[in-house]
Design a protein around this ligand. Structure first.
Ligand SMILES: C[S@@+](CC[C@H](N)C(=O)[O-])C[C@H]1O[C@@H](n2cnc3c(N)ncnc32)[C@H](O)[C@@H]1O
Length: 222
């Protein structure tokens, strides 16, 4: 089941108040390190950086800490952005990742954290990110991926059973019932790497984090 963009936006508007807490709880705090690694993979000192699907702003703030000169956070959920605005005085823009409101080649680097899994058209999202990067600009995409190896059974228990239960006791819980299905539907790390190449990125690589629960993809705008 793929949710329509309006349904995704409404879902994030509803879970905004608990989003940060759920992130910390679901990942035992590892998400902070993952965002730092994503930011460091993409950002060089003084860069003009886009953090697309910025949500409550943690990855945009990590981009700034990694040395960015200017960071723009973009998201289509006003409630997620409202939380981001309270955290840091960056440029926060309401907009659609599938139709980015920026000229070609505007940014030196772009990051997306847990944002491409929910878009209606993944390929269009990657092409938009490529378009707004200058040639040679760097992209880092952090996303939940299908787990491999020994952790897989624990992951299924955690993600398919416990996380949706946790979600039920918190406002906006339905979003967390939807989460396992959205991960299952999302392409494997290898497939996402191939898609990035198809969408105009070179030197595409990925590393698995958190015992292979999360993939960090990087690429250079060709
Ligand atoms: C799981 S949150 C990730 C937030 C943040 N990047 C982080 O690292 O925690 C996904 C975000 O993507 C946003 N989003 C989903 N589709 C979008 C689109 N087409 N355009 C803009 N934002 C979108 C949602 O509103 C939500 O805030």
């Amino acid at each position: 089941m793929t949710l329509a963009p309006d349904a995704v936006r409404t879902m994030f508007d509803r879970i905004a108040p608990v989003y940060d807490v759920m992130n910390r709880v679901m990942t035992a705090g590892l998400d902070v390190r993952w965002r730092r690694l994503a930011a460091e993979a993409a950002v060089r000192r003084g860069d003009r950086v886009l953090d697309a699907a910025c949500g409550t702003g943690d990855l945009a703030i990590a981009d700034l800490k990694a040395g960015a000169g200017k960071v723009t956070g973009l998201d289509f959920s006003e409630q997620m952005l409202a939380r981001a605005r309270k955290k840091a005085p960056l440029e926060w823009i309401r907009g659609d990742l599938l139709a980015l409101p920026f000229a070609d080649g505007t940014f030196d680097a772009a990051t997306v954290g847990f944002g491409v899994r929910n878009v209606a058209d993944l390929e269009l999202a990657l092409r938009e990110l490529r378009r707004v990067l200058r040639p040679g600009g760097r992209l880092a995409v952090l996303e939940i991926t299908q787990p491999r190896g020994a952790l897989k059974p624990f992951y299924s228990l955690w993600f398919d059973r416990i996380v949706p239960l946790l979600g039920k006791v918190l406002p906006g819980g339905s979003a967390y019932t939807y989460l396992p299905a959205s991960v299952r539907r999302f392409p494997s790390a290898e497939r996402l790497a191939a898609l990035l190449r198809d969408c105009g990125f070179g030197e595409v690589r990925f590393r698995l984090l958190g015992g292979s629960i999360v993939a960090l993809h990087t690429g250079i705008a060709a």
